[in-house]
Design a protein. Structure first.
Length: 290
């Protein structure tokens, strides 16, 4: 039976917990004030149903989990990600023999397509609920991934603005992404989602727009939508909502796309950075009043 052996530092905001289960101790430490936790002392290859439930509970609470010092094959990566549900093949390229893994490799700043705040694949009717990255190469410094807590972003809106955004839906499109990869824009995925989505497990509300894929509000023109979208884009990534992760080889990082935006910071020049990505299919987002 699981036993909580130690939980200290609550008053100082540096909460550190150790969970004991048999001979395996799992230590959980906060990554940053707005969100995130570092989960150490575990080998995710030996995850059973009880331990997975612990991980999922932590993910819903902290929104970003970091598992350092992992040693994973592609099959290990896929097996762990599959514990959360069906995996999503990326429509514009994948690893040979592994359609559910794509390799994110440093090709230089000018060719980096992830230098913007976004939630993954919001242009899908059922966007991925979580993204899971595993680092095979990492720069000595730089190359961080930034995250912004969208539950906090929603809660910090005024009551009047909440009433406005609670009632809105927005169109999301992969047209720009298709154009970038030389694909037919007319066949690019499109979806209509609530501007405020209710987390399907925690029930918490979060903003759900991103500059990369959101085009306009339902019933509004692009021009009419622009002013409010621009405000929301700036508001939802305020510094006090953010956390950053500095990559190290062997890091496995999971984030909840229902809760956060992320940004790949390219400040490491041509230094090697190779990360494998899997994504787990989610449900169609629910609105604030659903």
């Amino acid at each position: 039976m699981q036993r909580l052996a130690l939980c200290a530092g609550i008053a100082s905001g540096t909460l550190s917990c150790i969970y004991e289960k048999g001979l395996n101790a799992m230590q959980v430490k906060p990554m940053a004030a707005p969100m995130g936790a570092v989960v150490s002392g575990v080998d995710i290859r030996s995850t059973d149903a009880d331990r997975w439930q612990e991980y999922n509970t932590l993910l819903c609470e902290h929104h970003v989990l970091v598992f350092p010092d992992q040693q994973l094959s592609n099959d290990d990566h896929i097996a762990f990600a599959s514990l959360w549900g069906d995996l999503i093949p990326f429509p514009y390229g994948s690893l040979p023999g592994y359609p559910n893994i794509i390799a994110l490799k440093n090709k230089g700043k000018r060719k980096d397509v992830n230098q913007h705040w976004h939630s993954d694949m919001t242009y899908n009717v059922q966007p991925p609920k979580l993204t899971m990255l595993y680092a095979l190469e990492a720069p000595a410094i730089g190359g961080e991934t930034a995250f912004a807590n969208q539950h906090m972003a929603y809660e910090e809106l005024s009551d009047g603005m909440k009433q406005v955004v609670d009632s809105l839906q927005a169109h999301h499109s992969a047209q720009a992404l298709a154009r970038l990869y030389g694909e037919d824009e007319a066949k690019a995925s499109r979806a209509l989602h609530p501007v405020v989505r209710r987390h399907d497990e925690s029930e918490s509300k979060a903003l759900y727009v991103c500059q990369a894929f959101t085009r306009r509000f339902e019933g509004w023109t692009r021009e009419e939508s622009k002013w409010l979208l621009e405000y929301l884009y700036k508001h939802c990534v305020r510094e006090e909502f953010q956390a950053r992760h500095q990559w190290r080889v062997g890091d496995l990082v999971i984030w909840d796309n229902r809760s956060v935006l992320h940004y790949a910071v390219h400040d490491h020049g041509d230094d090697p950075r190779l990360i494998h990505r899997c994504q787990v299919e989610g449900v169609q987002p629910r609105g604030a009043s659903d």
